[in-house]
Design a protein around this ligand. Sequence first.
Ligand code: NDP
Length: 246
Amino acid sequence: MAVLEGKTALVTGASRGIGAAIAVRLAAEGANVAITYERSRDRAEEVVAEIEGLGRKAIAIQADSADADAVTGAVDRTAETLGGLDILVNNAGIFPKAPIGELALADLDRALAVNVRAPFVAAMAATKYLPEGGRVITIGSTLADRLVPSGFSVYSATKSALSGFTKGIARDLGPRGITAVLIHPGPTDTDMNPADGPRARTTLATSAVGRHAAPADIAATVAHVAGPAGTFITGSAITVDGGVNA
Ligand code: NDP
């Protein structure tokens, strides 16, 4: 039997990139999966079709992570439509870049709303549904721990905040048998950070393996944590970066 058979997952920001790979991988492991997206309806529907092709149920929900009501609504709709919620994956994120002197307040507020407030809001809504054995898995970044280029103070700060979030909810939810884990990807080949993009060489300067991760590499770690092998991993961060921060 597939290890996630009978489980339901919600993956935020899963119309493309790492989120899409996570959604498909969780479905391949047996889960029914809801995904959210902001703008890419067609791409979200393609992910749904891929999951249905694996014999699992899937829904795509338009929900801007900056909108707390939309995030709460996505959690509720997942549980109502797919019959519960076992695994929440906070993946949606944005990557603002501006040196501190050029930072616009609106960009700071949006990054905090999407990258930090939304995982809180989703977890707050999900605690109603998560059963014993439930998971809250959040996607951080190696830039939370080590920041070489300039211009990423906001992004790094938002991803660092997820460390306190994860440790705190691990304590809150541990007595219910629910785990919380933060996964820090390194450079991963997506629209956000294309392997053939202008930043690629600088990005890989400290990589031990000298290449970007594929989204599936990150999804593999999420699947590990989501499954029975993840039962005793909680309150901690796992770095999946090809040695960038080594
Ligand atoms: P992409 O930009 O390639 O994809 C982002 C996904 O998130 C899309 O599905 C997008 O939806 C969705 N999204 C963006 N903003 C919102 C929003 N406000 N509300 C709902 N959904 C939203 O990003 P990646 O796949 O590269 O990144 C995924 C996560 O991994 C992020 O948290 C990112 O910070 C993190 N990460 C990425 C790294 C990388 O090198 N790629 C490295 C380290 C961490 P839509 O298509 O509708 O716009």
